[in-house]
Ligand binder design. Structure first.
Ligand SMILES: Cc1ncc(COP(=O)(O)O)c(C=O)c1O
Length: 457
């Protein structure tokens, strides 16, 4: 029997329904979560694993409440999804209203306004003032698959260029685009062809260091594309403006604009994968805006719909509309309830200036992370933008990754009631993705827990 120590009485849409405080009443995970985990082990495939096996009963604002009544601080947002907060009032209200009217017709059978409204918002909000079209899907990977399909169709070319440390999903084509073998690709091949991987402008790890990354990375990539692929064979270059799963790698200024310019010169579709960075996370609506980069196509998901599954591909009208009628779609893509959620989430971001909140989160977090780095030489780098921040851990004075300390710190945070995530090609990055609506006291408390975790190792 699963019990809940602190049943919260609340009406959907009431954002004051959950006390915004950490409250740990059992060990983490507690007995109720462990009991559920035992059931999970008997029924759920092992390949689907967990960062922190506490079973959630409620979540809102900056807290997650588990089956034992523990209230944890959320620095993960369900991997950059609930930027507007969990069960955000405008999202739940629109979802409830839409779900009570109709839940599905299939946009390809009989359309509805919500889908069109989301595409209008995407057209308005994504970088670039050119004429745009969008198509909606269910997941980030599906959006990336479709972006590549469309780019190939529009250009009549096949090659796709992706980068070291990239993450674009877990379907066959997106596994091919994703760089890291374990756990994403190992023994899941063969993978889709015509994918070419280029070195990433990774300031900490570029041979020769940060300055060299800024001056050498772009010419190196251009030269490799020229010699190994041939510009005229390339349908698309796809890149995350700040890499997500690969370690929150922020390329040096000039790299993305230079890449976009190179693509424009050669008729290559420049795809910005803003699935993790988009929708206010980095302090702008889209991370590309930071340097005024205008992609030909943008993929979106995660933050777009406050937790409901929705993804989009938005691009130049002439590229998007090169595809014949019936060439794009899917049964559930742009589901009306997910579209209602997206409209509620986008409304929240605009009304509450969540891009500004992301910048404010960065202003609070960065000095404390820098302070940690000064104190603990195991932290080799502090990076990110807005509310997408990370620290990379190495053996002091070297670039040798330290995944063991990374895991130890993350686990200490978990035990103290702070949900943190790790990432990075070498598993040595702790990333911070708090909901953009998190209270500043919770944010500060979460950082104190992180500091305690470092002090304890
Ligand atoms: C940049 C990026 N692209 C694509 C994906 C895949 O999205 P999904 O998990 O919704 O398929 C992710 C997910 O983490 C991502 O961060």
């Amino acid at each position: 029997m699963i019990y809940r120590q602190s049943m919260t009485e609340h009406a959907p849409g009431d954002d004051a329904r959950l006390p915004q405080r950490r409250n740990i009443v059992t060990e983490i995970p507690g007995p109720a979560s462990r009991e559920l985990f035992a059931r999970r082990e008997r029924t759920v495939a092992r390949g689907v694993s967990h960062v922190l096996p506490v079973f959630v009963t409620d979540a809102g604002g900056g807290v997650i409440v588990d089956a034992d009544g523990n209230s944890l601080i959320d620095f993960g947002s369900g991997i950059a999804v609930v930027s507007v907060g969990n069960a955000a009032p405008r999202v739940t209200a629109r979802v409830a209203e839409q779900a009570a009217r109709f839940t599905h017709t299939c946009f390809m059978v009989t359309p509805y306004e919500g889908y069109v409204e989301v595409c209008e918002e995407l057209g308005r909000r994504t970088p670039g003032t050119y004429d745009k079209r969008s198509a909606l899907f269910n997941s980030g990977a599906e959006a990336v698959e479709n972006a590549v399909k469309i780019a190939r169709h529009a250009t009549g070319r096949q090659a796709v260029v992706a980068f070291d440390h990239a993450y674009h999903g877990r379907t066959n084509l997106t596994m091919a685009l994703t760089a890291k073998n374990m756990p994403y690709k190992d023994k899941f091949g063969p993978f889709a062809g015509e994918v070419y991987r280029m070195p990433m402008a990774y300031p900490l790890r570029w041979p020769g260091g940060r300055e060299a990354a800024a001056t050498e990375a772009l010419p190196t990539v251009k030269s490799l594309i020229h010699t190994q692929v041939g510009e005229d064979n390339v349908a698309a270059v796809i890149i995350e403006p700040i890499q997500g799963e690969g370690g929150f790698v922020v390329p040096p200024d000039g790299f993305l604009p230079g890449l976009a310019e190179f693509c424009a010169e050669h008729g290559i579709v420049f795809i910005a994968d803003e699935i993790q960075t988009g929708f206010c996370r980095t302090g702008d609506w889209f991370a590309c805006e930071h340097e005024g980069v205008v992609p030909d196509m943008v993929t979106t998901a995660k933050g777009i719909a406050g937790g409901l599954p929705l993804a989009g591909v938005t691009g130049r009208a002439e590229i998007m509309d090169s595809v014949h009628a019936g060439g794009l779609g899917g049964t559930y893509g742009g589901n009306p309830v997910a579209c209602a959620a997206a409209l509620g989430a986008i409304e929240t971001m605009a009304a509450e200036d969540l891009a500004g909140r992301a910048r404010r989160i960065g202003e609070i977090m960065l000095p404390r992370l820098d302070g940690l780095a000064e104190k603990y030489p195991v932290i080799a780098d502090v990076r990110g933008r807005g509310a997408m921040l990370a620290i990379e851990l190495t053996r002091p004075g070297t670039l040798e990754p330290d995944p063991a300390t990374t895991t130890a710190v993350a686990k200490a945070c978990h035990r103290a009631g702070l949900v943190t995530l790790t990432c990075g090609t070498f598993g040595n990055v702790i990333r911070f993705l708090p909901p953009l609506v998190i209270g500043e006291d919770l944010l500060e408390e979460g950082l104190s827990i992180l500091e305690d975790a470092f002090a304890a190792i």
